[in-house]
Design a protein around this ligand. Structure first.
Ligand SMILES: [Cu+2]
Length: 122
């Protein structure tokens, strides 16, 4: 009984392999892969020594920016010129994720000399 089941399973497996082989034959029209679109990723901007590091980041639409305050005082990252987005206050050691959809300059509204730029590529 068990042997018959095994034989049957082996038969099915063989049939399956034949089907797989047929699918992979060169006569089949080959499907073109979709245009390469990078998977969303997280890009980190470190805040340290009164600077955004790096001060310019290039991201793709859908990517996440992670601002991490590695400094010793509170900072934020706020879009220029209209505060379209802000991380809000980031205490030392704090992080905030932001999804930025348009290229923009930003600054720290507490220390206005701290400036950065996000370039969002399609
Ligand atoms: Cu600051």
């Amino acid at each position: 009984m068990t042997r018959n089941i095994l034989k049957c399973a082996a038969g099915s497996l063989a049939a399956g392999l034949v089907l797989l082989a047929a699918c992979g034959s060169p006569e089949q029209p080959k499907q073109e892969p979709a245009p390469a679109k990078p998977a969303p990723t997280t890009v980190t901007v470190n805040i340290a020594q009164m600077k955004f590091q790096p001060d310019t980041v290039r991201i793709h639409a859908g990517d996440t920016l992670l601002f991490t305050n590695n400094g010793v005082v509170e900072h934020n990252a706020t879009a220029l010129p209209d505060s379209a987005w802000t991380t809000g206050p980031l205490a030392p050691g704090a992080s905030k994720k932001m999804v930025v959809t348009a290229s923009t300059d930003y600054f720290c509204s507490i220390h206005i000399v701290m400036k950065g730029r996000v370039i969002v590529e399609p």
